[in-house]
Design a protein around this ligand. Structure first.
Ligand code: SF4
Length: 220
């Protein structure tokens, strides 16, 4: 949490993976494990940077803001100065999927509408990613059990996929007979993989799309 630097860490770890794959191809290997990637990661600046802050979010989640944040700061300080933590390595306690609670326990939040100046609707934001997938390619987001998606994700949790997905891929729409249908607009997917870990039943599996489709950030 104190080191939100996803892009540069993604680039660095991607380079490590590519180098490990290159070495394997150069040595004529195939179908084995790229152990060189794990070793490169363990000795990298990314690992060092993230190891120092590993307990901050678990401490915050377990102890709350007033106590958890100062304890997290203290833990980072001890880690940076002495290279160890009094807590060892704390876990988060539960997965992202398991942290969802039934919708009946909550009141819906009435968010203000995007003003088109400082805030924009989802599909406008998706357009900035230049996401492209072949129209007729197989859906790369696989729902293992559609009946479970309706009986649990929709009926119990009020369809959180329509809100946590940043690209508006998932929608619950009423069909002509009035029944709710899970619609997947997979061509909008920006490959964040949230659905793969956040669905309450781990019922959605993100797979690699055909033909290298996906976001193409132009930085303009
Ligand atoms: S990977 Fe991300 S963008 Fe794609 S469908 Fe899942 S949540 Fe939406």
């Amino acid at each position: 949490m104190p080191r939100i630097k996803g892009s540069h860490n993604a680039i660095l770890t991607g380079m490590m993976g590519a180098e490990a794959a290159f070495e394997a191809i150069r040595d004529g290997r195939s179908g084995d494990t790229l152990e060189g990637y794990e070793e490169a990661y363990a000795g990298s600046s990314v690992y060092k940077e993230l190891k120092t802050v590993r307990n901050v979010k678990p401490l915050w989640s377990k102890l709350g803001t007033a106590l958890g944040i100062p304890m997290g700061g203290l833990d980072m300080w001890v880690n940076s100065l002495f290279g160890f933590s009094f807590f060892g390595t704390l876990s988060h306690g539960k997965t992202d999927a398991a942290s969802l609670k039934p919708a009946r326990n909550f009141k819906p939040i009435d968010y203000p509408k995007p003003d088109g100046v400082l805030s924009f609707d989802k599909l406008t934001n998706v357009s900035f990613t230049n996401t492209y997938h072949e129209e007729d390619q197989p859906v790369h987001l696989k729902v293992k059990d559609l009946a479970l998606q309706k009986s649990s994700e929709y009926d119990v949790y009020a369809g959180p996929s329509a809100r946590y997905c940043p690209a508006g891929v998932y929608e619950w729409v009423k069909d002509d007979g009035g029944a709710m249908r899970f619609q997947i607009n997979s061509q909008n997917c920006i490959h964040c993989k949230t659905c793969d870990i956040k669905d309450p039943n781990l019922n959605i599996n993100w797979t690699v799309p055909e033909g290298g489709g996906g976001p193409a950030y132009s930085n303009t």
